[in-house]
Structure formats: structure tokens, C-alpha cells
Design a protein around this ligand. Structure first.
Ligand code: SF4
Length: 506
């Protein structure tokens, strides 16, 4: 195997024996073969109204920490192989993408951007929001993996992926807002109640809604975990009295937190780890997520039946308390833009000197304490704009506020980086400049492929001088890195003090 699609890949070069994430060589091979098959499907002249769904589902399942169930990969691959009458695939692993290292690097960047795109598109699609241009690009991008492309053509395709990413993030924002209402500022308890409960993790708000509907009148509480935290800010989800709070932190703490939760856990998307035996029989997967030996809840006639989860919850002990504080969330673009005049005044008066976007995904390495240290070291006249699980490094710090404007503005999940872009554009308009002319710095933390798509989106929007860490992607060659540095001013993070100076935050 050779997998280097995420930040924690072995020694920053590639997982070759087993994945740090728990992916075995056997699963890696099955994922690679599925990708190779999706590429053949995209490159074929096959006509199918479900093409967008097939491609996005397959790509999403291969995202880091999403699915470790070999049978699921085989099933999809066999279906496509049969449909196309395929004898073989041209891409069996990433080294087949191109013989030239730099071209392969650009193809990998695109492939991982496509995986991120597929994940966000999946969330919009399950809410009934689709866009033919996104599906068309997914097919075009995948097909390009087996085409002879120049470096210029591949750079252009990556930029196009960023442009389509912006369309997709806007579509998802619309889908979430029209379905669940405009997110409002909310305080969320991290404590526990004395009722049996279900924990919902991942990103799929639609799954959470179905669980909330099906638990009404059962006496079962429902808690969010990880990226699902944002659900507590949507009116159409908050209205359920048994959505009682958030349990636990970022995805990498789940082995301990799922154990102490005591009740069933439903993993809806990526960010699921191979479980400990102590809670494996309480874990369920749904959607793209999958773990061998863990019950998977599929969709039947557009609905999911969570009755088994609910029945199990009734027999379990209430969660054990691991925390007891409150988090303030829900600063989507509409809430922040409602504060726009106040924010503009605070910048003009000098009360706010700078905004720092500290968004993206979190990981488990020790070095990621950098982000907490960075947040703690920021001068008191700076404001952090965040989205994604990167915030778990600093969202429990008491950083205070500036004249009522909180110093940590949490827009939500990683896809809510779109909100941060809307906020930045509105500020740019208010100050008569572009995003790069604002007192705004980007110190982004990446882990998996959704972050790759967000990065391509930011680059396509013209955002320059993004600091990226804690390590640069292993799939970027020195030559391609030079292009990114020369064209976009991308920087690798280093130590907190030096980076403060580099980002103009003295
Ligand atoms: Fe390694 Fe990341 Fe790939 Fe897992 S997803 S095998 S940790 S590079």
C-alpha cells in the first residue's frame, strides 16, 4: 500500500504497511481499486442518472477515517465492473496516476480535492439539493486521472475544483439553512443528564434529525459529538427538547469518550476510528461510514430506521460526566453579518486590530498543541474566526470578548468555512478593499481531504499568504510547493512566535 492522503501519514511521507488511521493494507488496496473503478466509470461513455450519486458516494467512502469495511468497497466496485463490463482498471494505486512526480502530485491534489467535494456534495444531496455542474466536474476531474495532462492543465483543473468547491459549499449552506433554519448563537452544555442517551457523531445533520424524531417520547436524550456540535445552533434541530448538549471533543478522543458515554453511538460520516471492544457493540454506522462487525443502518425508501439504536439505549446507563461547561456557537455568516456594523466600528476604532482564521480539521499528534498555544498567545485585540474541528484546540479557553464581540467566532463545521469567506468578503466590501487587503491572517490546520477542497476553494477565491500546518501535504513535491509558494504565498507553520510575526500579528 501507499497512502499519503492525510496529514498524519507515516513520517510525513506515506503509510506503506498499515495506516496510522488503522487502515490495513488489505483495505487500502480495496479503496484504491474502488477509486480506479470510479475513474473508469467517469472516463467511460456510460450514461446514468445516478452518476453523480455513485461517484460522490464512492469517493466519500475512501476519505480518511470513514470506512474500514472491505465488503462495502467490493460491493460497489463489483456493481460498476459488471455494468461497464470492465476487465481491469488503469489506476490500481496512486503511483499509477503518472510516471512524472510533479504531474502525479498535481493529480493527487485534484483527487483529494474531489474527495472533499464529494463529501460536501453528499451532505447537500441527502437534503435534496443537487447541482449538475458539480456532478459534471466530479466526472471530468476523475476522468482526467487517466488522461495525459500538462502541469498547466492540471493546475487549471485544481483551480476549477476550487471554483466548484465554492459552488458546492454555497449549495450546502443553502441546503442546511433552508432545511434546518438560520443558525443562531447558542450556548451548548457539555455536561450530562441522568437519562439513557444516544451520541451522534460525524457531520450528517439529516441523520441527527431522524434520530431526534424517532426518539420523541422515549425518554432517550441525544447528544452531539465532534463536528455535529453545530447542530445545536439550528432552530429546526434545537426545537427537539431531547437534544441536550455536546459530549466530548474532537474525533481523536473518541476511544475514551465513546467508552464513558455508556450508550449507543451513531457514526454518520468520516471521523470514525476502529473501535475498542468495550463499546464496539454499542457503535452503529450509517451513510458512507463503515466498520467491519459494526451494524450499519442503511436507507430504505429515503428513511433510516434507528429503532435498534433506541432499543439499545433504553438498556444502557446514562453517560458518565467528563466535562461540565458551556460552549458558545452558531456564528454563521448571517449572525456575524448582523453584527457587521459593530465589527466595522471596532476595527475602525482600533478595538479590533486583526482577525485570524484558525479553521480546518484537528488531528491527534502532540504537535497540534501549537494551535492552542497560538490562540492563547494572540494579543487581546485580535479575533479568531473558526470552523471545523480545529476549534477543539482552543474553544474551551476563556479568551473573552471585545466590546461584546466574542474573541472566538465559531461558524460551525468545516463546510462552514464558506461562512468565513462570506464574512471576509462582507468586511472587504465595508472597507473598500479585497480579502487580501483586510487585517486578516489565515493559519489553517489541515488533516484530511475536505480540508484540501477548502484550501483549493480559498486559493481560487484569490486568498493569499495562507499559513498551513502542522505539516505540509506529503503528496506535494518540492516543485509543486514552489508553484504554490510563488503563486499564492502559501507558508508552512513553524513556531508560534515566528509565525505571529510572519502573519503580521506582533
Ligand atoms: Fe495513512 Fe492517512 Fe492514508 Fe490512513 S488515510 S493510511 S493515516 S495517509
Amino acid at each position: 500500500m501507499l497512502c499519503r492522503q492525510c496529514e498524519e501519514t507515516v513520517v510525513g511521507t506515506g503509510c506503506t504497511k498499515n495506516g496510522v488511521c488503522g487502515k490495513t493494507a488489505e483495505i487500502a488496496e480495496k479503496q484504491d481499486l474502488l477509486i480506479g473503478t470510479l475513474i473508469e466509470l467517469a472516463a467511460s461513455d456510460h450514461v446514468c442518472i445516478h452518476m453523480g450519486e455513485r461517484l460522490s458516494e464512492g469517493l466519500f467512502m475512501t476519505l480518511s477515517n470513514t470506512n474500514f469495511d472491505g465488503e462495502r468497497f467490493d460491493n460497489i466496485r463489483n456493481r460498476i465492473t459488471k455494468t461497464l463490463g470492465l476487465k481491469d482498471v488503469r489506476v490500481k494505486c496512486i503511483t499509477d496516476l503518472d510516471t512524472d512526480d510533479d504531474l502525479r502530485s498535481l493529480k493527487e491534489l485534484l483527487l483529494y480535492g474531489l474527495k472533499g467535494l464529494a463529501a460536501y456534495y453528499h451532505h447537500a444531496r441527502v437534503l435534496g439539493y443537487t447541482d449538475g455542474s458539480i456532478e459534471k466536474f466530479m466526472r471530468k476531474g476523475l476522468a482526467s486521472m487517466v488522461e495525459n495532462k500538462t502541469a498547466e492543465e492540471l493546475v487549471a483543473l485544481n483551480m476549477e475544483c476550487g471554483a466548484v468547491g465554492a459552488t458546492c459549499l454555497a449549495l450546502l449552506d443553502k441546503a442546511n439553512t433552508e432545511t434546518f433554519g438560520t443558525p443562531g448563537i447558542a450556548t451548548v452544555s457539555t455536561g450530562v443528564r441522568d437519562n439513557p442517551a444516544i451520541l451522534v457523531t460525524g457531520h450528517d445533520l439529516n441523520d441527527l434529525r431522524q434520530i431526534l424524531e424517532q426518539t420523541q417520547g422515549t425518554g432517550i436524550d441525544v447528544y452531539t459529538n465532534g463536528e455535529m456540535l453545530v447542530a445545536n445552533s439550528y432552530p429546526e434541530l434545537r426545537k427537539y427538547g431531547n437534544l441536550v448538549g455536546n459530549y466530548g471533543g474532537a474525533w481523536y478522543s473518541q476511544r475514551e469518550e465513546f467508552e464513558s458515554f455508556n450508550g449507543p453511538i451513531v457514526a454518520t460520516t468520516n471521523s470514525v476510528l476502529t473501535p475498542k471492544e468495550s463499546y464496539k457493540d454499542r457503535l452503529f454506522t450509517t451513510g458512507p461510514a463503515g466498520i467491519p462487525g459494526v451494524e450499519h443502518i442503511g436507507m430504505v425508501d429515503g428513511k433510516k430506521d434507528f429503532s435498534k439504536v433506541i432499543e439499545l439505549a433504553k438498556k444502557c446507563q446514562p453517560p458518565t460526566k467528563i466535562d461540565d461547561t458551556e460552549l458558545t456557537i452558531g456564528f454563521g455568516h448571517s449572525q456575524v453579518l448582523a453584527l457587521a456594523d459593530k465589527i466595522v466600528d471596532a476595527v475602525k476604532s482600533g478595538a479590533i486590530r486583526r482577525f485570524v482564521v484558525m479553521a480546518g480539521c484537528d488531528g491527534r499528534e502532540k504537535g497540534r498543541t501549537y494551535y492552542r498555544e497560538f490562540a492563547e498567545s494572540l494579543p487581546k485585540d485580535t479575533v479568531i474566526l473558526t470552523a471545523g474541528c480545529a476549534k477543539y484546540r482552543f474553544n474551551k479557553l476563556d479568551l473573552g470578548d471585545i466590546g461584546g464581540i466574542p474573541r472566538v467566532i465559531d461558524a460551525g463545521q468545516c463546510n462552514d468555512c464558506y461562512s468565513l469567506v462570506v464574512i471576509a468578503n462582507a468586511l472587504a466590501e465595508a472597507f473598500g478593499t479585497d480579502v487580501n487587503g483586510l487585517p486578516l491572517s489565515f493559519n489553517i490546520s489541515w488533516y484530511e481531504q475536505k480540508a484540501v477542497l477548502v484550501l483549493l476553494t480559498l486559493l481560487n477565491l484569490g486568498v493569499k499568504n495562507i499559513m498551513l500546518g502542522p505539516r505540509l501535504p506529503a503528496f506535494i513535491t518540492p516543485n509543486i510547493l514552489k508553484v504554490l509558494v510563488d503563486t499564492f504565498g502559501i507558508k508552512a507553520n513553524g513556531d508560534v512566535r515566528t509565525d505571529m510575526v510572519t502573519l503580521n500579528i506582533e
